[in-house]
Write a protein that binds this ligand. Structure first.
Ligand SMILES: CC(C)(COP(=O)(O)OP(=O)(O)OC[C@H]1O[C@@H](n2cnc3c(N)ncnc32)[C@H](O)[C@@H]1OP(=O)(O)O)[C@@H](O)C(=O)NCCC(=O)NCCS
Length: 155
């Protein structure tokens, strides 16, 4: 059987339950609620899903503010990880943000999330600093590492 074609498209309200299910799977300590996801769509934050035929294999959500883009959330189904899908999603978000006139994209990541850190560093994000005790964990709090990437078009 051939590998399914993976399509990147806008998230729709009909996908919110599947998105929340994936969130629970990959962020069990401090998952976003269904309300947070649906509020993101309601206020018009750019949000995408990666679909393998009718199966949701990943999602990402962005926010724009004052000419800056903020990567709020991204996840790939565990069985689909390690195949470059997150790289594809982040690159798509960076391109979209640049087209919308943003000059920089920002994100936060847990120091324990070495896979995500590797992903962002691979894509050229620069480390900007630490926000102490930012995340909830099963045993207390964890710092957030701050990363950003220039989006100024090269002339
Ligand atoms: C972080 C996450 C989005 C990466 O998704 P992914 O599709 O596996 O990532 P990619 O396949 O695009 O790989 C990106 C980098 O991650 C690393 N990586 C991917 N799978 C890995 C694995 N199984 N073990 C170690 N590193 C791995 C690779 O080093 C890769 O970089 P490389 O091409 O230089 O080798 C995914 O692991 C995930 O959904 N995690 C849970 C949610 C999360 O942590 N979101 C980020 C919050 S800041």
């Amino acid at each position: 059987m051939s590998a399914p074609n993976i399509i990147l498209r806008n998230m729709s309200p009909a996908e919110l339950l599947a998105v929340r299910e994936l969130e629970l799977l990959v962020q069990p300590d401090d998952p976003w609620s269904l309300t947070i996801f649906s509020d993101c769509l309601r206020v018009g934050y750019p949000a995408w899903v990666l679909m393998a035929e009718d199966v949701l294999v990943g999602f990402s959500i962005l926010m724009f503010a004052a000419g800056e883009a903020h990567l709020l959330n991204i996840a790939i189904q565990p069985t689909w990880q390690g195949q470059g899908l997150a790289k594809r999603l982040v690159r798509a978000m960076m391109d979209f943000s640049q087209q919308k006139g943003c000059t920089r994209i920002y994100l936060e990541v847990r120091p324990s999330n070495t896979r995500a850190i590797k992903l962002y560093e691979h894509l050229g994000f620069q480390y900007d600093g630490v926000r102490p005790d930012y995340y909830i964990t099963s045993t207390g709090r964890e710092d957030a590492l701050l990363y950003s990437h220039d989006l100024t078009p090269v002339s």
